[in-house]
Design a binder for this molecule. Structure first.
Ligand code: UT7
Length: 324
C-alpha cells in the first residue's frame, strides 16, 4: 500500500490588496477594531479572476516546482464554496486549462474544512491504488458572496487559492491519521448563497439570500471547543505526542480562535502558523495558502509532523496529521 506524500506546495493571491482603512471608507469600521477582534490587516480581492483561474495559477506553479507532466496527473480535487459554475465543476475547468487529459476531476464542498476533507479523499484514492498523482486545491472568491454593506462580515473575508501535489510514496508516511466530523443540525448558523426557487410554477415571497452570513459568536464557541477536541483525538489515534508536532496549521478565521485553541490544547502558540493578517479568512483556501507560505519560509522540514485543522460551514470540522 502506498502513502500520500505532499510533494509540492503553491499558492496564489490576487494582486489587489484591500486594507482595513480601505474598508473604513465603505462601512462604519476601523483598523483598530478589525485588527484587535480578528488579527486581519489586509485581504486580497479578485478583479475578475474566478476560483478556477486562481487554481490554474497554483497548478502551473505546482507543475513547475515538481517537474510533473500534466498527463501524469490522475485526479484533481478542488475544495470550494465559490465555484465558477454549478456545472462544470471547478476541477474540470482546471483540468482543461492545464491539459491534464488523463485526470478525473471533481469539487468538494465543506467550507473552511474543505481542504482537510479533500486531502482525506485524495489519501483514500492513493491508499487504494487508484491514483498516484493528485492535485488538491482550496480556492475561494468569497468577495462574490460577501455583503459589502455589512460591517460584521465584509471585513473578515479574502480571496485566494492554495494547492498541493499529493504523490503515492513508499518512503514518506504522508497522511498518518485523520479525525473528521460534521454537524448538519447546526448548519444554518453559517450560510451563503442559497438556491432561490422562483419559477413559473412557484412564486417565492422570500428574499434571495446571496451572501455569506454567520452567527459569529456561535461559530467562535463551536471552533474553540470542537477543534481542540479533534486535535487531541487525532494525536491519540496516531499515538503521537504534542511535543512531537512541529506545527499546527489551523484554518485562518480569527487569531483569537487560534489563541484559544493553543490554550485549550496546552501547546505553545509559536507552533500555530498564522498569516491571517495578510490574507483574511479565505475559507477552504486558508490552509493550503498557509502551507505554501511555510514552504517558502523553509519551515516544513522532511520528517516533521504537522497537524492541519479546519472548521466552519456545515458545520464541519476535521484534522489531519501529516509527515512532511
Ligand atoms: O471561517 C468560518 C468560521 N468563522 C469563524 O470562525 C468566525 C468566528 N467568529 C468570529 O471570529 C467573531 O465572532 C467575529 C470576528 C465575527 C466578531 O467578533 P465578536 O468579538 O464576536 O464581535 P461581535 O459580533 O459580538 O460584535 C461586537 C460589537 C458589536 O457592537 P455592540 O453591539 O457591542 O455595540 C458590533 O456591532 O462590535 C460591532 N462590530 C463592529 N464594529 C466595528 C461588528 N463588526 C464591526 C466592525 N467594525 N467591522
Amino acid at each position: 500500500m502506498y502513502n500520500s506524500e505532499i510533494a509540492a506546495y503553491a499558492k496564489y493571491l490576487p494582486p489587489r490588496a484591500v486594507t482595513n482603512d480601505d474598508l473604513s471608507l465603505m462601512v462604519e469600521t476601523n483598523d483598530e477594531w478589525i485588527r484587535t477582534r480578528t488579527g486581519i490587516s489586509t485581504r486580497h480581492i479578485t478583479t475578475g479572476e474566478t476560483a478556477s483561474d486562481l487554481c490554474v495559477k497554483v497548478a502551473e506553479e505546482l507543475i513547475e516546482k515538481s517537474g510533473i507532466s500534466p498527463l501524469e496527473i490522475d485526479m484533481i480535487i478542488v475544495a470550494t464554496i465559490t465555484p465558477d459554475f454549478a456545472t462544470p465543476n471547478t476541477a474540470c475547468l482546471v483540468q482543461a486549462a492545464i491539459g491534464a487529459d488523463n485526470a478525473f476531476a471533481f469539487d468538494v464542498s465543506a467550507a473552511c474544512s474543505g481542504f482537510v476533507y479533500a486531502m482525506s479523499v485524495a489519501d483514500k484514492y492513493i491508499k487504494c491504488g487508484t491514483a498516484k498523482n493528485i492535485l488538491v486545491f482550496g480556492s475561494e472568491v468569497l468577495s462574490a458572496i460577501t455583503d459589502w454593506t455589512d460591517r460584521s462580515s465584509c471585513v473578515l473575508f479574502g480571496d485566494g487559492a492554495g494547492g498541493v501535489l499529493v504523490k503515492a510514496s513508499e518512503s514518506c508516511a504522508g497522511v498518518i491519521a485523520e479525525d473528521i466530523h460534521s454537524n448538519g443540525a447546526d448548519g444554518l448558523k453559517l450560510t451563503g448563497n442559497s438556491l432561490h426557487i422562483d419559477t413559473p410554477f412557484f412564486d417565492n415571497d422570500k428574499e434571495k439570500q446571496p451572501y455569506l452570513w454567520m452567527d459569529g459568536r456561535a461559530i467562535f464557541t463551536f471552533a474553540t471547543k470542537k477543534v481542540p477536541q479533534s486535535v487531541d483525538a487525532l494525536l491519540e489515534k496516531a499515538g503521537v505526542s504534542k511535543d512531537d508536532v512541529a506545527y499546527v496549521v489551523p484554518h485562518q478565521a480569527n487569531y483569537r480562535i487560534v489563541e484559544a485553541m493553543a490554550k485549550r490544547l496546552d501547546m505553545p502558540i509559536e507552533k500555530f502558523f498564522m498569516n491571517i493578517d495578510k490574507c483574511g479568512n479565505t475559507s477552504s483556501a486558508s490552509i493550503p495558502i498557509a502551507l505554501a507560505e511555510m514552504d517558502e519560509q523553509g519551515l516544513l522540514k522532511k520528517g516533521d509532523k504537522v497537524v492541519l485543522t479546519g472548521f466552519g460551514g456545515g458545520l464541519t470540522w476535521g484534522s489531519l496529521l501529516i509527515e512532511i
